[in-house]
Design a protein around this ligand. Structure first.
Ligand SMILES: [Zn+2]
Length: 672
């Protein structure tokens, strides 16, 4: 039998043949990908000809073509629609892929060729993009330990392999905890909740074969439950379970895993000659150093904490009027904040929700991309990897640009959160390859599908990442799309969220699900005025997480991360009624892989830029200013990582950004 993953994908848009792939195909196909990669690397390393950019760097870009193609499909499925078989394969593959990558970076003959090219780089007559790819390739090898020999090299390989295994276990434990916990409710327990929360709780109960509604730990259900449920006892139970993810004892407890990960990361940094893991990690970022990160975070922390403490007093007063004795607790914050929101802004999530229909918000995200970048979207038929998934062909001036897949609804087989992945990235080294891009979200099912305003922002956010992939226009895959510094990658996504707030976008697309009427101007104005509401809270929960992440990696690894976490929170004066957005045992950004380790700050780093970048459109007096839109596309979205991030930003804005626009955008400038 032919493995469908290894055939030429000759269907429409060369999409993966989803209907023909079975779980058993992935393992052998990834093995084959690694074999082909090994063979290609052996040819490069053993080439009798002197190294050239083409016979070494370009050949390396090509070596993992099969593996990338298969892994692109597999890892999307493993996150968006996991099965026990896929989980097992993920566990099984993690250390093997890590060992395979080490095998390549440990290839001394290969590294010697790269070093040779690097030493002669001025004479090679490279394009700017080629020079950048050479620099990044060499830096990647050095950072992976290519310059290490003997025992040190072996130890580094072992450390990396163990880290990969631990990262996968961390993520799977978290998924298990999120999946297994639910709280049975009676119909009476739903009193006081808006219809959409009741419906989501009933749907979740059915999904789990329970006799009645349930609260689960899915963000789209638990957050509105905490916002609206007048039952303090139920809020406490649900909130504590949410907080305890990954720290429930037993087999799925992540605390010991986190400690081991931090020890191994420190060892890895020392082996490579860095003072700390944070120093190693930040070398490749726009921020550059731990001090630069801490400086940015503390500039934001102080005004945010001041604002949050003032807000806490207001909320505590209302809580006392409700007869609550004792201090305001974390499970009270969202509930009383929602009440205060009604008082201050007369803005009721339940009143708003009918205006954010999923389909209209998808249309809105598309329409903004049409106006800014000339992209057109036409639905295409599957099969895709799950019945919920919808697909579109993206074109510009009649030319194919990309395939975009949207996978919007929560289901138990999907990990939490929202993300964008490319099943295939753009490149044109061997002819034009156009991307297949997926947005995965966890919106609660309802009929018609309605979003909260936050959900709608998430949709725009992930679509901003998708644009970064779809508009990519570079030669080499290794620098295409979102292959940029971690603290730059959130710029396109966070910037795109601003267009949801543009009044004419809301007027056209925020139409009532039943009446079809546009959102009344007064409601829209209240919505926009309320956008900075409770920013003290959300900034504090975020910055606290970022500071703990940085403290974990900037200096000796803590033996007890939970104690270290407590120390950091104590030092910065964490308000008692707010907890970290992600506490250590469920801090997947930091522990389920290396992606955001000592990099969680990067959302804020990017927000500094997105606030500043959108201000350019505001200064121009037109959110669709054609010249700025063209520059955004040509100087940032199409360039991927082919040019240094600070240089790209400066091309667009004429200068680097400061923290002022962010504080203003969050309504924290008064407290600064
Ligand atoms: Zn993002």
């Amino acid at each position: 039998m032919t493995n469908p993953l290894l055939t030429d994908w000759t269907g429409p848009f060369a999409l993966p043949p989803f209907g023909k792939i079975s779980d058993e195909d992935f393992g052998p196909a990834m093995e084959r990908g690694m074999e082909e990669g090994r063979a290609a690397v052996a040819v490069i390393a053993g080439d009798p000809d002197a190294p050239t950019f083409a016979n070494t760097i370009e050949a390396l870009e090509r070596a993992d073509a099969t593996l990338d193609r298969v892994a692109g499909v597999f890892y999307n499925l493993a996150g968006a629609d996991s099965t026990p078989a896929r989980e097992a394969l993920q566990r099984d593959m993690a250390p093997r892929l890590s060992a395979y990558a080490s095998e390549i970076t440990n290839n001394a003959a290969l590294f010697a060729r790269i070093e040779d090219l690097w030493s002669r780089r001025e004479e090679l007559d490279l394009t700017d993009e080629q020079a950048r790819v050479l620099m990044l390739t060499r830096r990647g090898f050095v950072r992976a330990g290519a310059a290490l020999r003997g025992q040190e090299a072996e130890r580094l390989t072992a450390v990396k392999s163990r880290l990969a295994t631990l990262g996968t276990a961390f993520a799977q434990n978290l998924l298990a905890d999120e999946r297994s916990w639910f709280l049975d409710l009676s119909e009476d327990d739903l009193d006081g909740l808006p219809e959409f929360v009741k419906a989501a709780a009933r749907a979740a109960g059915k999904e789990r074969d329970r006799p009645g509604p349930v609260v689960t730990l899915n963000r789209s259900l638990i957050v509105p439950f905490l916002q609206f449920s007048p039952r303090r006892d139920l809020r406490e139970k649900a909130y504590e379970a949410w907080s305890a993810r990954g720290a429930n004892g037993g087999e799925t407890d992540n605390r010991a895993i986190a400690a081991e990960i931090l020890q191994l990361r420190e060892e890895r940094a020392h082996l490579l000659g860095y003072d700390s893991f944070a120093a190693y990690k930040l070398e490749t970022e726009m921020a550059g150093t731990p001090d630069a990160v801490r400086d940015l975070l503390m500039q934001v922390w102080h005004p945010a904490r001041t604002a949050a403490l003032a807000d806490a007093e207001h909320l505590a007063r209302t809580a006392r009027e409700d007869g609550i004795v004792g201090p305001l607790e974390p499970w009270d914050w969202r509930y009383y904040a929602e009440k205060r929101r009604l008082d201050l802004h007369d803005l009721d999530e339940a009143e708003l929700k009918p205006y954010f229909q999923l389909d209209r918000m998808i249309d809105a995200a598309f329409a903004v991309a049409t106006r800014l970048f000339g992209l057109e979207f036409a639905p295409i038929d599957g099969p895709f990897y799950h019945a919920d998934v919808r697909g579109w062909e993206v074109t510009r001036n009649g030319e194919h640009v990309a395939v975009f897949l949207g996978d919007y609804f929560a289901r138990p087989s999907k990990r939490s959160g929202a993300w964008c992945s490319a099943m295939r990235s753009q490149s044109r080294m061997d002819g034009e390859v156009r991307p297949i891009v997926v947005n995965v979200c966890n919106f609660a099912h309802s009929d018609p599908a309605l979003l909260s305003y936050d959900d709608a922002r998430t949709l725009f956010h992930e679509f901003g990442h998708a644009l970064h992939q779809m508009l990519s226009d570079v030669t080499y895959q290794s620098v295409s799309g979102t292959s940029v510094a971690r603290d730059f990658v959130e710029l396109p996504s966070q910037l795109y969220e601003h267009w949801l707030e543009v009044p004419e976008v809301l007027a056209e697309f925020a139409t009532h699900a039943e009446t079809g009427r546009p959102m009344p101007d007064a409601l829209r104005d209240r919505l926009l005025a309320a956008a900075t509401y409770d920013m003290g809270f959300s900034t504090v929960e975020y910055v606290a997480s970022a500071l703990v992440d940085l403290a974990f990696h900037d200096g000796p690894a803590p033996a007890d991360p939970m104690q270290k976490q407590a120390e950091v929170l104590e030092t910065i004066g964490m308000p008692r009624a707010i907890r970290m957005r992600h506490a250590t045992p469920h801090f997947a950004h930091v522990f389920s892989g290396d992606g955001y380790s000592s990099g969680y700050y990067s959302y804020m780093w990017s927000e500094v830029m997105d606030a500043d970048a959108f201000a350019a459109f505001e200064e121009a007096g037109d959110p669709f200013d054609p010249a700025l839109a063209a520059s955004l596309r040509d100087d940032i979205l199409s360039r991927g990582g082919s040019v240094d991030a600070a240089e790209l930003y400066t091309r667009f804005r004429g200068r680097l950004p400061g923290v002022e626009a962010l504080l203003k955008g969050r309504g924290l400038d008064a407290a600064a």
